[in-house]
Ligand binder design. Structure first.
Ligand SMILES: Cc1cn([C@H]2C[C@H](OP(=O)(O)O)[C@@H](CO)O2)c(=O)[nH]c1=O
Ligand SMILES: [Mg+2]
Length: 219
């Protein structure tokens, strides 16, 4: 069993989490995905794509299907793949993502709940050059500098520990075949065809609180 650290060593730790070590109480660890859970990747993509390539065909949000935007556009026209990529690798794309409605107040409220630790768990693009630093900037801008300590960047989210992962990607695979977390699918146009999954549809109707309270009882 992990021993409670001495007072002077805990300074940074206790600032980051409300972890209680082995005093008999356990915190619920919630992993929040960033793109399409807190930040509106899909909506911003369409705006930028149409600005940059006004003469090209595009996919309306309510016609989106499948996780990768590029795959669907390439089915429309195989030359669109490079244009899609050019939109999201451009400097400023990730920084300028608007918030998903209600996500920021919900994340703040969740992090302030007793017995709950919240982390942001996001994958970088392989073309990380702009995306990686802009994810940190986005979090600092929208949630504040104290949230920088809560960012987990992982290409493979299956190896990350936590009780719940709220993520719009419907199938999350990786080297760990039975991840510690339970995946709650955050509803997006691209995943609404996927059936039989526990979901969170939005941050505005308060149902996220029921999910958190329910999981708190289960750990
Ligand atoms: C290429 C691509 C990336 N993304 C997001 C998912 C990842 O962020 P996140 O893990 O925060 O959801 C990030 C890198 O792939 O960009 C999409 O949501 N759709 C796409 O088509
Ligand atoms: Mg996502």
């Amino acid at each position: 069993m992990k021993k409670p650290p001495t007072q002077d060593k805990t300074d940074i730790m206790s600032r980051r989490t409300k972890q209680t070590y082995d005093y008999g109480q356990k915190n619920l660890c919630v992993l929040l995905d960033l793109d399409q859970v807190l930040a509106d990747f899909e909506g911003h993509f369409i705006t930028k794509f149409r600005e940059k390539f006004p003469d090209d065909r595009f996919v309306q949000l309510d016609e989106r299907k499948g996780f990768y935007i590029k795959d669907q556009y390439e089915k429309l026209d195989r030359n669109l793949g490079d244009k899609v990529r050019a939109v999201y690798i451009e400097k400023g794309f990730f920084l300028d993502l608007p918030e998903i409605k209600g996500a920021i107040p919900a994340a703040r409220e969740m992090a302030a709940m007793d017995g709950v630790d919240v982390f942001i768990c996001s994958s970088p693009l392989t073309e990380y050059q702009n995306c990686l630093s802009e994810k940190f900037e986005w979090v600092e801008k929208h949630l504040g500098p104290e949230w920088l300590d809560r960012i987990i960047i992982a290409k493979d989210k299956t190896v990350i520990n936590g009780h719940i992962l709220i993520d719009d990607r419907p199938y999350i695979n990786g080297s760990c075949k039975s991840p510690a977390w339970k995946h709650i699918v955050f509803t997006a146009h691209h995943n609404r065809h996927v059936e039989g999954r526990q979901r969170l549809d939005n941050w505005t109707d308060g149902t996220w609180r029921d999910i958190i309270e329910d999981f708190k009882k289960r750990i």
